[in-house]
Design a protein. Structure first.
Lengths: 242, 320
């Protein structure tokens, strides 16, 4: 099977700091991949390079067989690379409906989906359990609902690759369980790449785990392999509560 | 925005236009003239509001778009003897073209830099008008003669210097632009513009080319402001460089802030309010600008979202 996404020698230097340093990475279609690593390991920089929010210093990115290294972020989104932010960034002054209408009308314009705007928006809200709050300003939603809205927006983009940057940050334990179920649901139709600090979530969700350290890939494997890897334990797991 | 009942919204806007229509027959001569002027300039405020209120781009150079329309229409009538409709179109086209070029350059910046860059371009435009005084009249104004300001419509000829014709022409332009802005802000394009204002980075990550959307907004805004300028030249026969000065970049900002940014009717209310406060106070004292200033400060203190913006926030959430 051909990987959905590969990077070759992908690097991003900030002055002398090698935030991402010659990373070769491959992601198979349909998998849930978690990226873990200590703070400052370059995880967020790496996914930012994938989504196009920042430009690489060197290396290349191939998505579905096409070189997207120089492609602006908005065009990558149209190809199906969606990114949800580490900090909740729904449009606070817009209603939940308008928040979801933005990605939906994008896919309608691209011809990636058909039908009526209103129907598609309500369907996305229903899927995340927000349909009775369609007319509420996003700012007036609870934090958990805002995160769900964020996911609804990501889903409405019809992504082939959904990148989630610390999706469970700030969620209560009860909300985390719902979230895991939701990600599993998403993974039926899309490949999921998530950065996550919450180790139980990673161990439950991920098919494979990639461990970053100092801008490089330290290890990669199934949750069991990563758990057993002594190098990883030294660099990361041993230092946290994981 | 979408969930508000459209019937209520359209009823309100049609009601405002009907009220303005009736006022033509009720108002005394002086106020009839003033209202015609206010409606023409409210169009400038509406064009400004589209960019400032909905996209969140604060330009300090919109006098150049207004005067592009003013001179685009005025000069073609004055020097080339063009008819009113052609001259009006020429004015709007000048504004749209200028906005396209300025937009491409100025949108490389944002925030304070965008304010400074637009202001500098407007200043260049102003100085060019003074430099080419042989054609533009420089700091002397050009007066478009009454004979050139006649609109021929299918045999009937309308004299734009006639107060009622002038009032109705200004009202027609105002109504058309009001419904254009209403249609834009209720459209998918309008939703993207508001999203850019709220969080441009996020909008990009939803697959939108924000630069292209902002450029489109600058061009539409510039064209509307130019329509205001072209109408002003043709209706009032006054083509002067003072309209290209920085004052006319700041005034639409004030009108919009007063009336309520990102409201469709705010620009009219702000323009009306400012004109009448100035008009009334200048009747009492020569220090009327002092009173205008105090009124502005009070408004900003107690109604920071403008008159209509505050009304929307407190009572009428459905206002577009």
């Amino acid at each position: 099977m051909m990987p959905l996404l590969t990077t070759k020698g992908l690097s991003r230097h900030f002055g002398g700091l090698r935030a991402v340093d010659g990373v070769d990475f491959a992601l198979m279609p349909g998998e849930i991949r978690a990226i873990i690593g200590p703070n400052g390991a370059g995880k967020t920089t790496f996914v930012s390079l994938l989504s196009g929010r920042i430009r690489p210093s060197a290396g290349m990115i191939v998505f579905d067989g096409a070189d997207i290294t120089g492609m602006p972020a908005y065009q990558r989104v149209r190809l199906g690379v969606a990114y949800t932010f580490q900090i909740t960034s729904v449009f606070a002054n817009l209603t939940a409906f308008d928040n979801v209408a933005l990605p939906v009308q994008r896919t309608l314009t691209d011809g990636r989906s058909k039908g009526q705007l209103r129907g598609a928006v309500m369907a996305a809200l229903e899927r995340t359990g927000l349909s009775d709050r369609a007319g509420t300003l996003a700012a007036h939603l609870s934090y958990g609902h805002q995160r769900l809205l964020e996911v609804a927006m990501g889903l409405a983009l019809k992504p082939r690759l959904l990148i989630l940057d610390e999706p469970t940050q700030g969620l209560a334990d009860s909300e985390i369980d719902n979230f895991i179920a939701l990600v599993r649901e998403i993974a039926k139709s899309a490949t999921v790449l998530l950065i996550e600090h919450n180790m139980p979530v990673v161990m439950q969700l991920a098919d494979r785990i990639t461990v970053f350290n100092s801008g490089r890939i330290l290890a990669e494997g199934t949750p069991e392999q990563i758990r057993a890897n002594t190098e990883v334990q030294d660099a990361y797991l041993g230092a946290t509560h994981g | 925005m979408r969930d508000a009942s459209p019937a209520k919204t359209y009823a309100l806007h049609i009601g405002v236009i009907a009220l303005l229509f009736v006022l033509n027959f009720v108002l005394p001569d002086y106020h009839q003239g003033l209202f015609a002027r206010i409606m023409a300039l409210a169009v400038l405020a509406m064009g400004y509001n589209l960019l400032f209120g909905y996209v969140g781009l604060l330009s300090l150079g919109h006098a150049m778009f207004f005067s592009a329309g003013l001179y685009g229409a005025g000069l073609t009538v004055y020097h080339l003897g063009w008819n009113v409709p052609e001259a009006f179109i020429a004015g709007v086209a000048c504004g749209a073209l200028l906005a396209l070029v300025i937009g491409l350059l100025a949108l490389r910046t944002s925030g304070v830099a965008f304010m400074i860059v637009t202001m500098m371009f407007a200043q260049v435009f102003y100085l060019l008008i003074l430099y080419f005084a042989a054609w533009t009249g420089g700091d002397q104004r050009l007066v478009v003669q009454q004979a050139s300001r006649t609109l021929n419509l299918g045999g009937a000829s309308l004299d734009l210097t006639n107060p009622t014709v002038r009032y109705m022409s200004a009202l027609a332009l105002f109504s058309v632009v009001l419904f254009i802005t209403l249609a834009i802000v209720r459209s998918r394009f309008g939703r993207v513009l508001v999203a850019i204002r709220e969080n441009e980075e996020r909008t990009k990550m939803l697959g939108y080319d924000t630069l292209a959307n902002k450029l489109a907004a600058v061009v539409v805004s510039g064209a509307i402001c130019a329509a205001s300028g072209a109408a002003y030249a043709l209706l009032f026969g006054y083509v002067g460089s003072s309209f290209a000065s920085v004052q006319y970049s700041i005034l639409p900002l004030l009108w919009v802030l007063l009336g309520g940014a990102a409201t469709t009717l705010g620009p009219l209310i702000g323009t009306l309010f400012m004109y009448y406060v100035t008009d009334i106070t200048s009747g009492f004292t020569s220090a009327y600008l002092l009173i205008v200033g105090i009124a502005l400060i009070l408004l900003v203190l107690f109604f920071p979202m403008g008159i209509l913006g505050s009304i929307r926030q407190r009572w009428l959430g459905w206002l577009p």
